[in-house]
Design a protein around this ligand. Structure first.
Ligand code: PGA
Length: 245
């Protein structure tokens, strides 16, 4: 399965932050894994120019489900592709919460991303209360089914427990392994056993815990928030992923 280290800058960074791409490119070249950086919209074009010709690709953090029109403040997948983005994060829990994005809205965005030639990075995950109630598998399973359009292929799935995002908390390694084994099985059922969908873990991944997480079966990399903002934090994660057989 293809291995990905994906950095989600969220609402952080500025033009000067793009300087870190040089170090990330060097770490990517040595590691051989796929690296994607997802900066805020206004930095996308400069980021694609800065990474041009390197092994680091650029993604966006969301998209509108329509190709154009009167939607003030929104950005279409077509425009993302036009400025050189190749990936787009879809259905991040912060979008689902802050912008009330439902599974069906996420599904429509997924379709627009595919139509524009972008690779969707679909995020799913349970709340703390859902985990405590023993409902993790049920919740992520129904999110996955409701967020994917029919015949979905060639995307990336990110399992991100909502309570682990930005908190420094992570599930136990056993718990991560259990969810990833379930998702691998479910993706084979939905998309076919030869579909080769990479499944990433996200939520408080850091240099200090990355190697242990990457060693788990069915974990094909990470979606990284806070630790993707500085090269000194992100590059060791890229390197750790490169060490996984
Ligand atoms: P975090 O964020 O690494 O800061 O926990 C992960 C994410 O939201 O994708």
């Amino acid at each position: 399965m293809r291995k990905f280290a994906i950095g989600n800058w969220k609402m952080n960074g500025n033009i000067a932050s793009l300087k870190m791409l040089g170090e990330v490119q060097a770490a990517q070249a040595l590691s051989g894994v796929s690296v994607v950086i997802c900066p805020p919209y206004p930095l996308l074009h400069a980021a694609t120019l800065a990474s041009n010709g390197s092994g680091v690709e650029i993604g966006a953090q969301s998209c509108h489900h329509l190709a154009n029109g009167a939607h003030t403040g929104d950005v279409s997948s077509d425009l993302l592709a036009d400025v050189g983005a190749r990936y787009v994060i879809i259905g991040h829990s912060e979008r689902r919460a802050d912008h009330h994005e439902s599974n069906s809205a996420v599904c429509a965005q997924f379709q627009s991303a595919k139509t524009a030639g972008l690779t969707p990075i679909l995020c799913i995950g349970e709340t703390q209360a859902e985990r405590a109630a023993g409902r993790t598998i049920e919740v992520i399973s129904s999110q996955l089914k409701a967020s994917l359009p029919p015949q979905a292929q060639a995307f990336i799935l990110a399992y991100e427990p909502i309570w682990a995002i930005g908190t420094g908390l992570i599930p136990s390694l056993d718990e991560i392994a259990q969810v990833h084994a379930f998702l691998a099985h479910q993706l084979a059922e939905i998309c076919g056993s030869d579909s080769k969908i990479s499944v990433l873990y996200g939520g408080s991944v850091k240099a200090s815990n990355a190697a242990q997480i990457f060693a788990l079966p069915h974990v094909d990399g990470a979606l990284v928030g806070g630790a993707s903002l500085a090269a000194k934090d992100f590059c060791p994660i890229v390197t750790a992923l490169g060490h996984v057989q």
